[in-house]
Design a protein around this ligand. Structure first.
Ligand SMILES: [Mg+2]
Length: 394
C-alpha cells in the first residue's frame, strides 16, 4: 500500500508552496529582495496587493492551486477516476456559492466582487470555462492543469497508463491546448517517480518525466484529437521537447538554465518578454521540475528557491512543494510552515485518503470547507481595506 507519509507530504507540500508564494505572486526577484530580503517563512502581502484585491490572500490561506488539487483528490477518493464533467460540476457548485462581507464604506453586508463563488485567485480562462461548461474548452496554455494534478500522481503512482489518461482528462476539463495536458502528465509523473524511486539519477528522472509527457501527447493525438483546438498539430510535441532539452542542461548554473527555458518558450509562443517563472505551462512547469531536481532531497531549500524567483510564485511553489513532499514525505515539511496552513487538518485527511482510499472521520466536504475559508478571508479583506483607507494608504 502507498505510504501515508508520502501522500500527505505531497498535499501538505503543495499547500505550503502555495501559501508561501501567494503574498508575492507576480513580483520580480528584485522586488522580493527589496521588500523582504530572502523569503524563508510566511510573509505578509505588501499593501499594494490590496489595490488588486482579487489576488490578496488571508495569510495561511491557500489559493486555487490547492483548492483544485483538493477537488481532484475528492473525486479520486469517491470515483477512483477523473471525468471532465464530474470535475466541472464540482467547480460549478463552488462557483455558485454566494460570499458576502461588510462593505468598507457603509458597513452593510454585500456580495463580494473579489471571489468567484468560493474559488480564490482563479484565472480568467478558468472562470469563463466554469461559467459555460457546454462550450468547447479554450486553447489555454497556462499552468492551471499542472498545478492541480499532483493527486493523480499519488493515486496512480504505480499505474502509468491510468496516470497519463487521468492527468490528460483533468487537463481537458479546462483546456483544449496540448501544452496543458502534457504538462499535467509531466507533473503527475514527477510525483509518482519521486514516490517510487528514492535513488533515481537526476537526468534519468527528467528523461522519464519528459517521456511521460510524450506518451500523453501521443494519447491526446490518438484518442482525444476532437477535444483539441484547431491547428494543434504544430504544437503537439512542443512540451515534451522542452523537457527532453531540460534533461540535457539541468546541471547548468540556475540563471543559465532559466534563460534556456525562457528562450525555448519564446520561440514556441512567439512572444518577446517571457521569463522562466511566467504562468505558461511551457515556463512554470519546466522551472518547477528544474528546482525540484536541484533540491531533490531538501523540501525547504526547494520551496524557498521557488518562491524567491518571483513570477508565478504560488504555482511554482505549489508544484515544487508537491513533488518534493511526495518524494521526501510529510516529516520533511517543516512544522513551522505546516502550522501556517488554515486548512492543515483537512489537507492531512485528504492525504491520508489518497493512501487508504477512504475518507477518515472529521472530513468536511470541499464546497463547505472552501465556503467557510472564503468567508473568513472576505471579512478579513474588508476589515484591512477599511483600516488602510482610514490611514490614507488606499
Ligand atoms: Mg494560485
Amino acid at each position: 500500500m502507498l505510504s501515508k507519509d508520502r501522500a500527505q507530504g505531497c498535499l501538505i507540500g503543495l499547500a505550503v508552496g502555495d501559501v508561501l508564494g501567494c503574498p508575492v505572486e507576480a513580483m520580480s526577484p528584485h522586488e522580493i529582495k527589496t521588500g523582504f530580503g530572502r523569503i524563508e517563512d510566511l510573509v505578509e502581502a505588501p499593501v499594494q496587493a490590496m489595490r488588486d484585491t482579487y489576488y490578496w490572500r488571508l495569510p495561511g490561506l491557500h489559493s486555487d492551486d490547492t483548492q483544485q488539487a483538493l477537488s481532484i483528490t475528492d473525486i479520486l477518493v469517491e470515483n477512483h477516476e477523473i471525468k471532465e464533467d464530474v470535475l466541472l460540476e464540482v467547480w460549478k457548485e463552488m462557483a455558485q456559492t454566494v460570499i458576502t462581507a461588510p462593505s468598507t464604506k457603509t458597513g452593510r453586508i454585500k456580495k463580494c466582487k473579489e471571489t468567484f463563488g468560493c474559488h480564490r485567485g482563479t484565472g480568467s480562462n478558468f472562470r469563463r470555462r466554469v461559467k459555460n461548461t457546454a462550450a468547447f474548452a479554450p486553447p489555454a496554455n497556462g499552468n492551471g492543469a499542472a498545478m492541480r494534478v499532483a493527486p493523480v500522481g499519488v493515486w496512480f503512482c504505480r499505474e502509468r497508463k491510468a496516470r497519463i489518461e487521468n492527468a490528460v482528462r483533468s487537463a481537458l476539463a479546462t483546456s483544449s491546448h496540448p501544452h496543458a495536458a502534457a504538462s499535467a502528465a509531466a507533473v503527475a509523473a514527477a510525483v509518482a517517480l519521486g514516490i517510487d524511486n528514492d535513488s533515481m539519477n537526476t537526468r534519468v528522472f527528467l528523461e522519464a518525466v519528459a517521456n511521460e509527457a510524450l506518451l500523453a501527447e501521443t494519447f491526446l493525438a490518438e484518442k482525444c484529437a476532437d477535444q483539441l483546438h484547431a491547428g494543434y498539430e504544430g504544437r503537439a510535441n512542443e512540451f515534451s521537447d522542452a523537457l527532453f532539452q531540460l534533461a540535457e542542461w539541468h546541471y547548468l548554473p540556475l540563471q543559465d538554465a532559466l534563460t534556456k527555458i525562457a528562450d525555448y518558450a519564446k520561440s514556441c509562443l512567439g512572444l518577446d518578454k517571457i521569463f522562466a517563472t511566467k504562468s505558461f505551462a511551457l515556463t512554470a512547469v519546466p522551472t518547477a521540475l528544474l528546482i525540484s531536481a536541484r533540491h531533490k532531497h531538501d523540501f525547504t531549500e526547494g520551496v524557498i528557491e521557488a518562491v524567491n524567483l518571483g513570477g508565478d510564485t504560488d504555482t511554482i511553489g505549489a508544484l515544487v512543494g508537491a513533488i518534493l513532499g511526495a518524494k521526501n514525505g510529510l516529516e520533511t515539511v517543516p512544522v513551522r510552515y505546516q502550522q501556517h496552513l488554515l486548512a492543515r487538518e483537512q489537507v492531512l485527511l485528504r492525504g491520508q485518503a489518497l493512501a487508504t482510499g477512504r475518507k477518515g472521520p472529521g472530513w468536511i466536504c470541499l464546497p463547505e470547507l472552501e465556503r467557510e475559508l472564503t468567508l473568513q478571508e472576505a471579512r478579513a479583506r474588508s476589515k484591512l481595506r477599511g483600516e488602510l483607507m482610514e490611514k490614507g494608504f488606499l
